[in-house]
Design a protein around this ligand. Sequence first.
Ligand code: SAH
Length: 244
Amino acid sequence: MTADFAQRHLYFPLYDTIPLLLDDIGWYSVTPQPIAAHIADRCQSDVIIDAFCGVGGNAIEFARTCERVIAIDNDPIRLRLARHNALHCGVADRIEFILADFTEWAHRRIERNLTEPQASTVDVIFLSPPWGLFGSPRDMAVSLMPGGPEYLSYGKTYPLSAVEPIPGDQLFEIAHKITPNLAYFLPKNVDLKELAGLAQTLDAPSQDGSQDQERQREWVEIEEEWVGDKLKAVTAYFGGLVAE
Ligand code: SAH
């Protein structure tokens, strides 16, 4: 998601009044505020996990609609920027910032849930992982050059396997072991068939509460995220987040 500096007031209506701090990656990856606000409305809940919080674009909006936000990022600088930004937006008291690799954190959480099922609940997980388009601004420039990743070319679809730090379907499965209520923020040209396929590979819980190994079809809702006349991304909603 590349924010365009000339359009900063469209992407961040409070750009001149709230001093948000962004590093290079943060600038290229932060979710535009109107989109983040909309997703936060849809994800209204008690406890939400923002698994890849970056500089806090989504976490700050979640803090306005959820009781508690657990914001995770594995980059210490970006996490500090997120805390700073949350403080300036007056919502830091609702956000717990955790420096961690989300996949490791999630595995620990899943193990803990097995031994202490009552310990605490997570209502929703929001996934906005790196799209694997760039690691640094230099990498990005290289990847946009002819010969860069094929899925960046006009008309190509973005494969879930390009998601970082692990392929997008595996990331989905890990998060789904914690809660079925997932919102997955992905490039606008994501392979919709693959995305819809995720909803068919869920281990549906059986009536007695145990995991039924039979694969079942569930609903997925795919929403286009526009800012002005630009399609910026899509959000896929799963579980209880799917609109009635
Ligand atoms: N939604 C955010 C942007 C997220 S960009 C916003 O609006 O600001 C993706 C973030 O994932 C980056 O900040 C990167 O540091 C982080 N990240 C990458 N690998 C990670 C991992 N294994 N665990 C947790 N965070 C990770």
